[in-house]
Write a protein that binds this ligand. Structure first.
Ligand code: NAD
Length: 284
């Protein structure tokens, strides 16, 4: 196989490392706007060739292209790809948003595009942090539509199975509702919590961040994630994220009102129910 990754960062690098470790024989090409990322990926043996311009893919002639850049770059990249790829090249992605983006990618690239989202990652970015075992035992959501080419889907699904990932299919818009709630909302809340504490620090001319407890550190770990990646996710999944923020604000207001009224019984019920739900998650 000849595999090209566009965006040789944490996820793209991890995907290639994992495929290598699975014993698959392939040649890897990396495209990245940062020359440093290509250099690092070569040094780590993740790719053998690389370029800063997508046009270089014409000579490499890949059988599979994997997009792993921030999601708002996808449309422009797909347009460039459609000019340099042959008809039989399969294209997939590792992006965190699907929804209308999948249908737009399909309009540009046709049925050979297979939307994918590995539910694995960390707050770290860059190919220097890529790890071969990232996807093992983790869910990967594929979002085929009625236009998706069956052979393209099979190829992508087989690769994820090789990596011991658990493949699930979802309709693209439903994917964004689900991950708007379970992933995009918690990231928005973590970033906003840091912002609130910066405001409160200013108000009393102090530095609240000198006293981070374990809870604060656990809760805000993901606020150290890449700002460009998250700006793109927030904007690309705007509708679902706004809906999720509204639900979260309602819940916070419910709790606020119980505290204001010093309603012991209601507070205890609210906390007990949340604790039970969280414990069940740990068991599953
Ligand atoms: P990253 O910052 O580590 O890597 C992204 C790379 O893309 C960088 O090297 C950057 O230079 C390059 N890039 C940016 N714009 C480009 C362009 N126009 N053309 C070519 N290269 C470009 O980010 P990452 O964590 O690897 O995330 C990549 C994708 O994976 C994103 O779409 C993200 O939503 C998705 N994702 C990330 C995680 C995670 O935990 N990090 C989890 C699931 C999905």
């Amino acid at each position: 196989m000849r595999i090209a990754v566009i965006g040789v960062g944490f996820m793209g690098g991890s995907f290639l490392l994992a495929l290598r470790e699975s014993g698959l024989e392939f040649k890897a090409f990396g495209v990245d706007i940062k020359g440093e990322a290509i250099k690092l990926a070569k040094e780590r043996g993740i790719i053998s060739e690389g370029a800063e311009d997508i046009k270089a893919l014409k000579n490499f002639s890949p059988s599979l292209v994997v997009l792993s850049t921030p999601v708002r770059t996808f449309r422009a990249i797909a347009t460039e790809l459609s000019k340099v790829l042959t008809e039989d090249t399969v294209v997939t992605d590792l992006g965190s948003v699907k929804g209308k983006l999948v249908y737009e990618m399909e309009n540009i690239l046709g049925g050979r595009f297979v939307g994918g989202h590995p539910i694995a990652g960390t707050e770290k970015s860059g190919v220097e942090h890529s790890i071969a075992t990232l996807f093992r035992g983790k869910k990967v959501i594929l979002t085929p539509t009625e236009k998706t080419d069956k052979n393209a889907l099979e190829l992508v699904e087989n690769l994820w199975n090789r990596l011991e990932a658990k493949v699930e299919h979802m309709e693209p818009h439903f994917h964004d509702y689900v991950f708007g709630a379970v992933s995009h909302l918690p990231h928005a809340v973590a970033f906003a919590l840091i912002d609130a504490l910066m405001d409160m620090s200013k108000e009393r001319d102090t530095n609240l961040f000198l006293y981070p407890g374990g809870g604060f550190k656990d809760f805000t770990r993901i606020a150290a994630s890449d700002p460009v990646m998250w700006r793109d996710i927030f904007l690309e999944n705007k509708e679902n994220l706004l809906l999720a923020i509204e639900h979260y604000a309602n819940s916070l207001n419910k709790l606020r009102s119980m505290i204001e009224k010093e309603n012991e019984k209601e507070i205890l019920e609210f906390l007990r129910e949340a604790k039970d739900k969280r414990l069940k998650l740990e068991e599953s």
